[in-house]
Design a protein around this ligand. Structure first.
Ligand code: FES
Length: 313
């Protein structure tokens, strides 16, 4: 889970991209140290249960999705319904026998929009804001950093954790990290990647990277803009804390179809966005915290105010 002092049970975590969840084969994801199995039922609705069979704890993700949309454990064939986790069938049970109702897999609330499948541990959690269109480019990476380490690296030196084709991140900020509408927002000046242009000491920046982060989940919107504030690339980045200190990062992106200037066109000559799963440990070790110095206090301030207002309501 995120190291921030918050209530993780009320949060919605983007634990998969929509296309990763099918009715052909269940998949396993982590939410902190909790294994979760995801699949689609017969109506195409994404379902999420704890990835442990209540019988003998076998991972349900090793089982299969039946034609009726329920998930069947691969060990002894017990079958569970996705919305509630109720046990629905035990193979070879005589019609006169009944199974004890205590067998029930832990279920998660599921919401899907914008090309992400989000889950919450709280079945009564308020549904997350709907993001209409899924951005067309997407990927998933496992990054060997904790959730907060990943976000702090993104703030202090994005080049350690992401790559944007044709763009070089500079140490110079257009705006410090501030709170804006309940999010953490900053903008970093960028240059085009290239051996000669512009010279690194010229304080002219043809592009910038805007980062806007939801303080509790770390889900972030990244926008690359040119000097005329024209959007060149938009990315939704969804880091989820995994087990053993690893962070699973899912992303979706869209490259603007019209990008004036030769260098902006370079962004479209290959994959425009990448998560760097292999973090340069030596560079990370000598990275001085800069922007991130203020991040935790800002984040906690927003969360404390949210908590106070929800308790007052
Ligand atoms: S462990 Fe799942 S049915 Fe036995």
């Amino acid at each position: 889970m995120a190291e921030t002092n918050t209530n993780p049970q009320t949060l919605w975590w983007a634990v998969a991209r929509s296309e990763e969840v099918t009715n052909a084969k269940p998949i396993n994801v982590d939410l902190g140290d909790q294994p979760v199995v995801l699949w689609r039922d017969a109506d195409g609705v994404a379902r999420a249960l704890e990835d442990r069979c209540p019988h003998r704890r076998a991972p349900l993700s090793l089982g299969c999705v039946l034609g009726n949309g329920m998930i069947q454990c691969g060990y002894h064939g017990w079958t569970y319904e996705g919305e509630t986790g109720h046990l629905k069938d035990i193979p070879n049970l005589k019609s006169t026998q009944k199974f004890p109702p205590l067998y029930r897999a832990k279920s998660y609330a599921v919401a899907e929009s914008g090309g992400f499948v989000r889950i919450s541990e709280n079945p009564a959690a308020t549904q997350p804001a709907v993001i209409a269109a899924a951005l067309p480019l997407s990927g998933t990476e496992q990054v060997s950093l904790t959730h907060s380490e990943f976000l702090n690296a993104l703030y202090d030196d994005p080049a350690l954790v992401i790559a944007i084709r044709g763009v070089r991140f500079t140490p110079y900020l257009a705006t410090e990290l501030i709170e804006a509408n309940g999010r953490l927002v900053m903008e970093r000046n960028c240059q085009w990647a290239g051996p000669r242009w512009p010279a690194p000491f010229i304080p002219e920046f043809p592009a910038s990277l805007l980062i806007s982060t939801e303080p509790e989940t770390g889900e972030s919107k990244l926008i690359v803009r040119d000097a005329d504030f024209k959007e060149l690339l938009r990315v939704i980045l969804a880091p989820v804390p995994g087990s053993r200190g690893v962070t699973q990062v899912r992303w979706r992106a869209k490259l603007a179809s019209h990008r004036p200037g030769i260098m902006a066109k370079v962004m479209g000559t290959g994959a425009p966005f990448e998560i760097l799963s292999a973090v340069d440990g030596a560079a990370l070790r000598v990275l001085r915290p800069s922007v991130s110095v203020h991040a935790e206090a800002l984040r906690q301030g927003i969360i404390d105010r949210r908590t106070a207002s929800s308790q007052a309501a």
